[in-house]
Design a binder for this molecule. Structure first.
Ligand code: 3PG
Length: 393
């Protein structure tokens, strides 16, 4: 794929697919990370005499207009982050959009309305893609977090115009390649979260690639249950224990070590102020729930981190939203951050919950790379080809 540096931008209109799907509460953006991270691309286009026209989806309006999902709500925050005027157009195609592009002045940015207000967007409709393409000379995809969707503004359009990756897309792809494509070894993955069933493809793909797998969160319970441990009222996917066992067998056959909790932190329920008890694996009372890995497990994870060169992280290691069940996540995240700061570790993380957990631990800013993507990061970790990236080739 080409980058912005490969393109002549002077006097050209550049259609930039961004991901402005940001969290909004009472009309206010509660996390502007995705806005901040597209600024370098927009700036680069402006600085090189190009005219940026932004395409994005927002929410899941299912092909119809919804005022609560209008991208006009993002015009203000985007202009503030950019420090340049942002003009909004109430459609993303057709005469209104074409007139808005024609009226755009040097130094201005045009933000088009939510692409998903048109039903053709999610159908990857070639006609809608052609209508988008009429608005610009160059297509630049800066939305890695939408690259798992084959939509008109992420896939079909890339085939109609000279296309390139924006700076955020470029950074994501380079960081992910350094973590899983051609990593420095030893390579370990932290895989956490609630369910094995949602991470099955990811685990299967990682078994072939990583030297160590650190499994945590409620999904570790299913593995422990597969090994015959009684975990009281813990979240366990009983129908997945056979699969969990198969994964452990495959890992052993491929020389991939699997680190599971060796001790546990339990409570009667997952709630603020619930009394937490540290126990040996075999001592979980019938009425208790496992909510985090214990101190011995934390020490083992941290010791492993000392001896690896690359870490890829998806999913928290415990019920991190409620203290003290964030201890394993915090300990591992902070140690990974320290090792990264010391130049001893390349650390890459992604996925909505993961980023929230690393932020809570105060560790995210020291990681080598934190992806802006949720679902796309997961699918990439599963080894899937992302249509939005493939279309740039
Ligand atoms: C995201 O928030 O992960 C992306 O914007 C994709 O959104 P979607 O899951 O609605 O396609």
């Amino acid at each position: 794929w080409k980058t912005l540096d490969d393109m002549e931008l002077q006097g050209r209109t550049v259609l930039v697919r961004v991901d402005l799907n940001v969290p909004l509460q009472d009309g206010r953006v509660t996390d502007d990370t995705r806005i901040r991270r597209i600024i370098p691309t927009i700036r680069a286009i402006l600085d090189r005499g190009g005219r940026p026209v932004l395409l994005s989806h927002f929410g899941r309006p299912k092909g119809t207009y919804r005022p609560d999902m209008s991208l006009n709500q993002i015009t203000g925050p985007l202009g503030t982050a950019l420090g340049a005027p942002v003009v909004f157009c109430a459609d993303s195609r057709g005469p209104a959009a074409e007139a808005a592009v024609a009226a755009l002045q040097d130094g201005e940015v045009l933000l088009l309305e939510n692409t998903r207000f048109h039903p053709g967007e999610e159908r990857n409709d070639p006609e809608l893609a052609a209508a988008f393409a009429r608005l610009g000379d160059i297509y630049c995809n800066d939305a890695f977090s939408c690259a798992h969707r084959a939509h008109a503004s992420t896939e079909a359009i890339a085939r109609l115009l000279p296309s390139c990756a924006g700076k955020l897309m470029e950074a994501e792809l380079r960081a992910l390649d350094a973590a899983l494509g051609a990593p420095e070894r030893p390579l370990a993955a932290v895989v956490g979260g609630a369910k094995v069933s949602t991470k099955l493809a990811l685990l299967e793909n990682l078994l072939d690639k990583v030297d160590h797998l650190i499994i945590g969160g409620a999904m570790a319970n299913t593995f422990l249950a597969a090994q015959g441990h009684d975990l009281g009222r813990s979240l366990v996917e009983h129908d997945m224990t056979g699969t969990a066992k198969t994964i452990l067998d495959k890992a052993a056959a491929r020389n991939c070590t699997v680190l599971l909790p060796v001790d546990i932190v339990t409570a009667p329920a997952l709630e603020e102020g619930a009394p937490a008890t540290t126990r040996n694996l075999g001592d979980c009372p019938a009425e208790a729930m496992v909510l985090d890995a214990g101190p011995e497990s934390r020490a083992k994870i941290c010791a492993l981190l000392e001896n690896i060169r690359t870490l890829i992280w998806n999913g928290p290691l415990g019920a991190f939203e409620i203290a003290p069940f964030d201890a394993a996540t915090n300990a591992a995240a902070r140690r990974a951050a320290e090792l990264t700061r010391a130049g001893r570790l390349i650390s890459v993380a992604g996925g909505g919950d993961t980023v929230a957990a690393l932020n809570r631990a105060g560790a995210a800013q020291d990681f080598t790379y934190v992806s802006s993507a949720g679902g796309a990061f997961l699918e990439w970790m599963e080894g899937k080809i992302l249509p939005g990236v493939a279309a740039l080739h």
